[in-house]
Design a protein around this ligand. Sequence first.
Ligand code: ADP
Length: 430
Amino acid sequence: MTTLIVRAVILAAVAAAVAIPVGLFSRPWHGWAVFSLGLVLQMVFHFRNFTRLDRWSRNPLVDASLEGEGEWDNIFGRLYRHEKDLRQQIAQREHEIGMLIAAAQALTDGVVLLDLQNHIVFCNQTAEAQLGLKVATDRGQSVVNLVRQPEFVGYLEAEDFSRPLILRPERFRDRVYAIHVIPYAGNRRLMQIKDVTQADRLDQTRRDFVANVSHELRTPLTVLAGFLETLQEIELEPEERNRYLEMMADQSRRMQSIVQDLLTLSAIESAPPPENEVVDMANLIDKLRRDAEALSSGRHTIRVESEGQGDLLGSEPELISAFGNLVTNAVRYTPAGGTITLHWHVSPQGAEFAVQDTGPGIDAKHIPRLTERFYRVDRSRSRDSGGTGLGLAIVKHSLNRHQAQLHIKSEVGKGSRFTARFPASRVNQS
Ligand code: ADP
């Protein structure tokens, strides 16, 4: 700028130096006219550059279109570089903000940013899906107007965020969210929505399991305690006394079976993945047939059908336990005179072990729940035949560990077929 002023003064002095002799030797107004012309030319020069600057400032593109004359070119150059730096910085910030938003979008937890009045500033896709929000239209709206569930509204209004809110959203009743509100930047709030459905289910399963075990053990224990008391207090005939002792032994056997099955389940759960030892299926099926015959004591016809060559790869004790449970169930639930068939089928797609019976069958509504721990279709029939309600849970678990699946087909009055399907990777096709 200083240079610009110095130049203007010099040019004015030059105009004056030319104008003064002209004024002295010709007429004075001639001198003034020359001086004025000098000034006008300077003004035209500056005005042209001002016009360029004015035009460019209305649409300051970062290209080389901003060119000036003389000292103006330096000023334009500086402006141009400044504008370019600024644009680069803005692009860099935009890129960083874009990355932050992409990171927030990638989170598996829902994130909603709120101001002090609970207006939505930002929310990621997960939160949109969880709470049914649409950031494009809902930004700036109060979140309590959009999610009207009373517990949610009450939680935000109470402003006590020391504990998370456990919410079962109205739109997805089977899901459970833990909502944390974290204040930040003075008057802003970050709402984090964690889907804790799985953890909640596990917790519920654990609570049910403890309740079921206690219930299952309490019944025989109560019976045992009652008999003991009777034996202690009443003088009984030897025959009566023996009958009582037999019933007590029955109850303790029942408790033993439950504890044994629980231990088996827990051992399978905590065991490392099964080895790939070759399990000789011909041998195993022969053993299962003999066990079935022993348990049936001639009340059923036991058959074996085998197709294809191949053995399983896995843990022999676990497979014996799984298949043994299926065979034992078939014998226990099939009335005398029925037929039980053990099938073994190997194909390039994998292998199947199935136990088919001509027993009472199972109503379709029970089938999805049969592998739940302690689930029984007919409580007394299961108990009378020595069942614990854990057999199919053990089967399912052992099969899962071998990447196999249990399929149950059953028709009331006709019989059932329990099939364990193994993938080709679990078959040794020698
Ligand atoms: P349980 O010890 O009671 O037999 P399981 O887990 O082995 O427990 O089986 C669960 C329930 O499934 C049984 O109580 C019974 O009602 C039903 N069930 C299992 N196998 C058969 C079968 N072959 N025929 C009919 N019902 C069966």
